[in-house]
Design a protein around this ligand. Structure first.
Ligand code: FAD
Length: 526
């Protein structure tokens, strides 16, 4: 309704006009003039939810929340706003709101709640005799990966590439990369997409793929929400295994640990998942260790010297229950080649669904203890192989071993599984070697307010900034993943040689800089 859009524009402009350093002023004003029409709402309940994310570090209140029913609704809004640049009202798509630094927020702008689009998942299987055909799913952008898993499993199919946690939206992870233990084999989630439907910042609805409108397709994948809103994605599927043989092996030497991880990623024909983590204390073994009750032997080893740091490799072999292949035998053969601390190797056989959904167990346990909804000063980095030792040393010097709560993931990926046409940023090639191995390091810290108040949190974030800055230098050459940069000039540095292309894509698809202001990449004044 054009009248409603004009009314909204007036409300939001007024809200910006009276903006003061105290956010509550605009909030109080809006509360006094509440509205709820045509899917738009500024009722406090909606705007407060939209000002929250998993990080609990940044809280920007939007002027309104929009709950579209169709991609057309989003297109109408974006057409209207991009044609009125003086309004300076920005728009952020919000998937599951699991960002850390307010990336899905829009201060005094409009948050589009993607879960309001009807969730639709259609599974396509190739017809008998269809040449070169493979299976895929067409899924709406606001659907969660766990919903796609549940639907595709009904057809004994599943996506190939995952994130560790499944309660994230399709559009949200495709705007970043989407990585997990399968990435070494199939690339990130953005390498497993055949087609997208996108509403650009100009309000055009475009179906794009590597063959059709490829510039928009690659821009949006890993594009941090800057170019368009993903309303549908076509995701490659594979046959789903029934069970998974899941293995953990422990090390006390980083060199051996990382060499063994690199050996494992050279075995994609046998292995289906490879990750790893640093063991600082008992908390590091997190509750997915329920799957590994006998790991208690290792815990008593850990207690002998609390200052000692250990490392754990996790790998998995999918069990398709074929006669030709025994997962037990495969694991034995692989384990024989590894140099872990004997006898500390543990294995479990779990259903494929439980394996993929393992972080949910962790979530439930943390929720029970009341420590899920706490600040999460997370730092994720891609570190080239040549810098990983130095980075690990810097990291261990920057954290308190006994007090650290949360996992520190560390595992290698292969750069050549990434399509460099996408907008995702990986470390640039070093001058010495065109290395393909890049490590993911996820420092996934929880800051329980009863143990770490605001001064402590500020200190943690400061140390993290220093670590990220040092790691970005030429000696380590790391790049942040899912990160926040303090200014547009830091973003330029982050994109490095890819900046021109990224900025050009912005100019083409969202010239009025309406979209995803929470990333802070473009100083648009919106
Ligand atoms: P949101 O936080 O809602 O949005 C993120 C960004 O994407 C925002 O800029 C938003 O505007 C934009 N956006 C959202 N939806 C769309 C859309 N439809 N179209 C265009 N832009 C959109 N990441 C990994 O890669 N691997 C992991 O293993 C992993 N594990 C995680 C575990 C937990 C517990 C958490 C909290 C996060 C994890 N992440 C992981 C990070 C996660 O992938 C990103 O934070 C992702 O953005 C979350 O998706 P979301 O739907 O919550 O996105």
């Amino acid at each position: 309704n054009p009248l409603h859009l004009l009314l909204l524009l007036a409300m939001c402009s007024l809200c910006r006009f009276i903006q003061s350093p105290m956010e509550t002023v605009s909030l109080n004003y809006l509360k006094a003039t509440s509205f709820d029409f045509d899917g738009f709402s500024n009722l406090q309940e909606s705007t407060s939810t939209a000002s929250l994310d998993f990080g609990r570090l940044v809280f920007n209140f939007p002027c309104a929340v929009f709950r579209p029913k169709t991609p057309d609704d989003i297109a109408t809004l974006l057409r209207f706003l991009s044609a009125s640049p003086s309004s300076k009202i920005s728009v952020a798509a919000r998937g599951a709101g699991h960002s850390i630094h307010g990336q899905a927020q829009a201060r005094d702008g409009i948050v589009v709640e993607m879960d309001s689009l009807p969730s639709s998942i259609t599974i396509h299987k190739p017809m008998d005799g269809e040449e070169g055909g493979f299976s895929y799913a067409d899924v709406s952008g606001g659907a969660l990966w766990v919903e796609l898993l549940e639907e595709s499993l009904k057809h004994r199919l599943a996506p190939r590439s995952w994130t560790d946690y499944l309660y994230l939206s399709i559009g949200g992870t495709l705007s970043n990369a989407g990585i997990s233990g399968q990435t070494f084999k199939y690339g990130p989630q953005i390498s497993n997409v055949l087609q997208l439907e996108v509403v650009t910042g100009k309000g055009e609805i475009v179906t794009c793929s590597p063959a059709k409108a490829p510039e928009l397709f690659y821009a949006v994948l890993g594009g941090l929400g800057q170019f368009g809103i993903i309303t549908r994605a076509r995701i490659v599927l594979q046959n789903a295994p029934q069970q998974v043989k899941w293995v953990r092996a422990f090390y006390d030497n980083f060199q051996t640990f990382s060499e063994d991880q690199e050996l494992l990623i050279s075995m994609p024909d046998t292995l289906d998942y490879i990750e790893g983590f640093i063991v600082l204390n008992e908390n590091s073994l997190h509750s997915s260790s329920m799957a590994f009750p006998s790991q208690l032997d290792f815990i008593s080893e850990l207690r002998k010297d609390p200052s000692k740091v250990y490392y754990c490799i996790e790998f998995a072999v999918y069990d398709y229950r074929t006669e030709k292949f025994s997962t037990e035998q495969a694991v034995e053969e692989v384990a024989r080649k590894l140099r872990f601390l004997r006898p500390f190797i543990y294995s479990a056989k779990v259903s494929y669904y439980d394996f993929l959904n393992r972080v949910r167990m962790e979530e439930m346990s943390l929720r029970e203890k009341g420590v899920w909804d706490v600040p999460h000063p997370w730092l994720n980095m891609f570190v080239p192989k040549y810098g990983i030792h130095e980075f690990k040393n810097l990291l261990l010097r920057s954290i308190s071993h006994q007090q650290f709560e949360g996992p520190i993931l560390i595992y290698p990926l292969l750069k050549d599984k990434w399509d460099m046409n996408s907008s995702a940023v990986l470390p640039e090639a070093s001058t010495s070697a065109a290395e393909s191995v890049v490590y993911v390091v996820g420092v996934l810290q929880s800051a329980n307010p009863s143990l770490c108040g605001s001064a402590c949190l500020i200190e943690l974030l400061g140390r993290q900034r220093q670590l990220a800055q040092a790691a970005g230098g030429s000696q380590i050459g790391a790049k942040q993943y899912l990160g926040h940069q303090p200014s547009p000039s830091h973003w330029r540095k982050h994109f490095g040689g890819g900046w021109e292309r990224f900025a050009d894509r912005k100019w083409r698809f969202d010239p009025a800089c309406v979209l995803a202001p929470g990333q802070g990449i473009f100083a648009s004044g919106r």
